[in-house]
Ligand binder design. Structure first.
Ligand code: BJW
Ligand code: ZN
Length: 245
């Protein structure tokens, strides 16, 4: 495994130039330089109202206190509204024009890849800008609804909406993981960017790509449980490293 503090190896440059199928798996770290707080990293875990984030981002909290869950997500959307994609999102969006097949698989719910222009984005954990009716399942664009606070209701059946994101203990959206796994199995170059690689099943995608023989590149200021299976570990912020490619 090659570890680099800065600069791109000639091996990676030539792999990138000749790659036909590229997969990029991203996590919260890719949005960090936009100002979106990560969940983990630097030995810390995000806290809101004195509680670890996974208390509010859990299916049990959804069942016991839907209003508290909405308060947490309404707050996060208000923060996100002021933020923009950064050079990491922009570099990834540019790459899609370079290869025959290119796919972004993200664990992020912030929509910043799409805002940067990425077209083929598989969202494993949903999107914070969508709500879903707990009764009839109808989905809503929260921006279009103009929801800023409180628990929104369904216009079709009056049931309460929930944030259309995947909380701990919940299943991923139907087909999303399967589609991502198929891309992982077929890619020849796989970037793993800004994820602590602790949350499954997302963290199994690089394992699938590696087992299928892809050239593996991790971009992260810190080591992760996946670093050992990467051919190159580029140590540093994604917004500085990815544009070098
Ligand atoms: C930078 C940077 C810079 C900083 N540049 N990098 C197998 C084993 C054990 C447990 C399980 C298992 N399979 C499933 C589970 C249970 C669970 C799980 O994985 N738990 C583990 C924590 C132990 N998984 C689930 O519950 C999943 N569902 C599921 O498996 O369903 C089937 C099932 C159901 C019931 C029972 C059993 C199975 C669902 C997971 C949903 C995760 N949801 C969240 C919240 C989304 C909503 C919200 O936003 O609130 O998704 S949790 C949170 O973590 C969020 C993220 O998408 C996810 C991953 O985090 P990510 O992206 O890696 O971010 P961080 O913050 O962890 O890391 C940031 C990284 O960036 C760090 O490494 C920094 O160094 C780096 N960084 N600056 C580059 N500038
Ligand atoms: Zn409804």
């Amino acid at each position: 495994m090659l570890t680099s503090a800065a600069g791109i190896s000639s091996e990676l440059s030539s792999r990138f130039a000749s790659a036909r199928r590229v997969l990029v798996l991203t996590g919260a770290g890719v949005s960090a330089e936009s100002g979106v707080p990560t969940f983990r990293g630097g030995g810390k875990s995000a806290v809101w109202k004195g509680m670890p984030f996974d208390v509010f981002s859990s299916s049990s909290m959804l069942e016991s206190d839907l209003a508290a869950v909405w308060e947490w997500f309404n707050y996060r959307r208000a923060v996100l509204e002021t933020l923009k994609p950064n050079p990491a999102h922009q570099a990834i969006a540019e790459w899609q024009h370079r290869c025959e097949e290119f796919c972004v698989v993200t664990q992020n719910v912030d929509g910043l890849h799409q805002a940067a222009g990425s077209l083929d984005v598989i969202e494993l954990h949903g999107n914070v800008w969508r709500g879903r009716c707990l009764e009839c399942g109808k989905r809503y664009d929260l921006r279009a609804l103009g929801i800023k606070e409180g628990v929104p209701g369904c216009q079709q059946c009056s049931g309460p909406l929930r944030p259309d994101v995947v909380l701990f203990g919940e299943m991923l959206p139907a087909g999303a993981f399967e589609k991502a796994a198929a891309k992982a199995e077929n890619c020849d170059l796989c970037f793993v960017v800004g994820t602590s690689a602790l949350v499954y099943p997302a963290a199994s995608l690089p394992e699938i790509a590696s087992a299928a023989g892809a050239y593996m590149v991790e971009v992260n200021p810190e080591r992760t449980p996946l670093s050992h299976l990467c051919d190159e570990v580029l140590t540093g912020p994604a917004g500085e490293i990815l544009p070098l490619l």
